[in-house]
Design a protein around this ligand. Sequence first.
Ligand code: ANZ
Ligand code: ZN
Length: 792
Amino acid sequence: MAAKSTYKEYKHKDTESKWQKAWLKEKVYSPDLKSAKKPFYNLMMFPYPSGEGLHVGNMYAFTGADIYGRWKRMMGYDVFEPIGLDGFGIHSENYAIKVSRHPKEHAKISEKHFYEQLHMIGDAYDWTRTLETYDPDYYKWTQWLFIQIFKAGLAYKGSASVNWCPTDKTVLADEQVIDGCCERCGTRVERREMSSWFFGITKYADRLLENIEKINWPEKIKTAQRNWIGKSSGMIIKFKILNSKTEIEVFTTRPDTLNAVTFLATSKLYEEGSKEKKGKFSGKYAIDPLSGRRLPVWDTNYVAPGYGTGIVMGVPAHDERDMEFAKKYHLDIIKKEPDDSLWEKVEKEGWGKRYTNYHLRDWLISRQRYWGPPIPMIYCKSCASAGKSWEFPISNGSTSSPSRAKSRDFQFPISESMAGWFPVPEEDLPVLLPDIKDFKPKGDGTSPLHNAPESWKKVKCPKCGEMAERELDVSDTFLDSSWYFLAYPNLDTKEWKGLPSAKLGPFNKEIIKKWFPVDAYIGGAEHAVLHLLYARFVTMVLKDLGYLDFEEPFPFLFGHGLIIKDGAKMSKSKGNIVNPDEYINKFGADALRMYLMFLGPYDQGGDFRDTGIEGMNRFLNRIWKLFDEKPRDGVDEEVNIKVHQTIKKVTQDIENFKYNTAISAIMELVNVLREKGADKNALVVLCKLLAPLTPHIAEEMWVNLLGQKFTIHTSEWPKHDVDLAKETTNVIVIQVNGKLRGSITVDSKQSKSKEEITKTAQEDVKVAKQLKGKKIKNVIFVPGKVINFVTF
Ligand code: ANZ
Ligand code: ZN
């Protein structure tokens, strides 16, 4: 035990790197995945290494997740907390272009930088199992996954009207278009007809929707997913066109308003993001099957092309949008009560049929960019002209709504047949991304892989052996991140290292059974509909194909808040990022961790102000001093009660991700200990309570000041004594000039403070009445019992 005279100042720099090395060397955070008895998979969303490095907002996310994992470890779990890099994709590629580096070269540099930063913050990562999505050992399995999805009949190449960003020169998924603009660069998105690969996620729409009820996720993320899937029940009604053999189909959720329809509206003039309704009469009339009236067909900008049939029956009397349009162009308005029997009538007369529409579209996979895994498909012209195509041996496992897939084909016309398309034989994976100099996106929408050498682009047809061509698009980054959590625990299995043609794929059966589904997934709510929906879909498909034994990857999800700086979310695009490195250098990772977690409840985020870190640094130094002093002999009862109450509070708070109040409770305890002196047990407890929050200083105090065995991080989390931790209350009798005038119930700690009781008693209505207009001469206080106001 350190004596008072040998007080050493706390040196965060040496201490932090010393323990980080020791943890690594002793593999404290690398559980034996096979023999683990109480596995706990603590997962945080991995970062994409685009630019200068991780910012304080990222550190906030990771630290909050890490605290939870560290606490679980001390609660006796074998915690597995992996990290990796989502390094393929447009973010990284754009940054590489900006700094005039080849993406491959840039990836090496940023990998080093990111991992250094992630080491510095002191999270309990298993550094023996990291992954990078651009590593061929990883993406060979991403390609394998593509092929399994294709073989399941869930991948197809179709020509469709897609979102095109003229700045990024690439196709965007619907989810990447915000208010008509590119999510990344803000450019107004255009529509383009393009041939692309899609995954049939819509076939899983019902299952994705139904399962939402079974998972423990923040309500707002669940709502976002429900809305994104956007199921609505209605009918498709057919209208004959006057003097023509053609028909028009509309999707409506209100067939009961068919008696008030006055026009039809198409999406021909559709513009993304436009506010004012505009239209043009098409010259055609449709015939209302119910009344035989002529209905003018208008081309409009307010009907969305990808939704329903892209044509609407205009019912101004019951639909505000139609009303606005009808008024502007002086179209008829018929006021009639809706008629519920019309649903049946439409069906019986054969005018239409019931139909369930979804907002969800199939997942657009193709990207005309360089920095991604080449889509592992081969196109053979001679097979195509002979009408030969891949024979699907695996039937699609989805049982959700087989009929739906057929009925919505009109929405996604698969104009090119799948004839001539074959997956790369799995034993030939990975299809390595070729090194090419001119990797920049081309303005014409063709892939940069056109610049690859002929020897790469040309390949033998797996079917007929003739010369065939590789697909030149790469896949969406969201495919890389849709399954990374499945990879981590498998990274050192023989299945992972094996050939992609093996039966089990990259998944070891035992590992899957033991470590999945993920116990806690912690990340940002901005991924509510992108990553989180794709990951659920991919998991379901792999379950249906027999590779996994669960279908919801994340039964528990926690969405952390965001760090705000100068009034805006901290992000690279906003230019308000704060680099954590300088703070870690100056104050240490522990002070930064503690400061960030003290900003507010973890699900709410907070406002970053650097002055706060200095305060936190001083607090840690006060704690250090407390440990450096000789502990007092004997146990003070009040201190002991405080210790147990703090254990209780901190435990509950960490369990509920309320780190800020856990820290407050620790601060209170520290104050009591400084005032009354800390006994050895109190210090042991305090050290443990600090361990998840400030892992380095806790370890240093544990080993070098308390003389305990390395490491505190696998020591047992303290348990509170129920009786001691009980928040007892006292009833205080209030007198005015010796006469009983009321009573108040306060917690026993407060009941001993004259100042607080005086204030609370004076606020009591009855007492206040008695004291009104009188001057108080004296206050007599018996702690925990009586307060007597003596007046003049
Ligand atoms: C007649 C009608 C009368 C409608 C009425 C609504 C109210 P949700 O619930 O979002 O699925 N609609 C159909 N396709 C559309 C498209 N591509 N773009 C814009 N609007 C479209 O809404 C379905 C309703 O939105 C449909 O029912 C249709 O208008 C419109 F009193 O048909 B309704
Ligand atoms: Zn062929």
